[in-house]
Write a protein of this length. Structure first.
Length: 84
């Protein structure tokens, strides 16, 4: 017996699948809940990646701003210090 895994979310007493499992019309299921901390850790990591990319700048070509740091200073302070 082969197992099929599909991501989903539990909301208001219902499990909502992110995709329809291929080739399965009816099946017994086992639901395993992932801890909410995992999602908040991923969010914090994504924010840190965003802050790092803002510090490095975005390679979009052209001459660019000479005072780029001034444009991002407020955002870097807010998100970089985890106050935002």
């Amino acid at each position: 017996m082969a197992l099929t895994a599909v991501r989903g979310h539990y909301r208001n007493g219902q499990v909502v699948l992110d995709e329809i499992p291929p080739g399965i019309a009816e099946a017994e299921v086992l639901v395993i809940f992932a801890p909410a901390e995992a999602a908040s850790e991923k969010r914090a990591e994504a924010i840190q990646r965003m802050v790092q990319q803002m510090r490095e700048g975005f390679p979009i070509g052209g001459k660019g701003y000479t005072q780029r740091e001034e444009l991002y200073a407020e955002r870097l302070d807010r998100y970089g210090n985890s106050n935002g």
